[in-house]
Ligand binder design. Structure first.
Ligand code: CO
Length: 134
């Protein structure tokens, strides 16, 4: 069902402050910065081999990410696995009794469709299913 780790999401207070480390010191290619309005975040996607690092900055104090930062400070926010058929993956997980945050996929950064599993069902790791393309 899962083909690989697509990306690791890292919560930051400021993309401008965090980007130089990943792009300049660690030498990852920045694939662009975009805003995901429905999640109230700005996202910088950095390529590292087949995988990516997703730096996430809240665009509003109402953003769930702002609440995460308030509670935990900056750090690893979620782990995203790639799936080819996200509807089938969600249906299987729901049938298996896994608690989902999203039972219907929503739009993620870079034309992906995503769905989050609830951390209560994943031993504390906010887990994302990520399907490339629309
Ligand atoms: Co993500």
């Amino acid at each position: 069902m899962l083909s690989k780790i697509n990306h690791v999401g890292i919560a930051v207070r400021s993309l401008e402050d965090a980007l130089p480390l990943y792009r300049d010191q660690l030498g990852m290619a920045c694939k662009g910065i975009e805003e995901v309005a429905e999640q109230k975040v700005r996202v910088a996607m950095l390529q590292i081999g087949e995988s990516k690092i997703e730096l996430l900055e809240p665009t509003s104090l109402e953003s769930p990410l702002a609440k995460f930062l308030e509670k935990n400070g900056p750090g690893i926010h979620h782990l995203a696995y790639e799936v080819a058929d996200i509807e089938a993956a969600i249906a299987k997980l729901v049938a298996d009794g896994v608690k989902m945050i999203d039972v219907v996929p929503r739009n993620g950064a870079h034309k992906t469709r995503i769905a989050f599993l609830h951390p209560k069902s994943t031993h504390g790791v906010l887990t994302e299913l990520c399907a490339p393309g629309h």
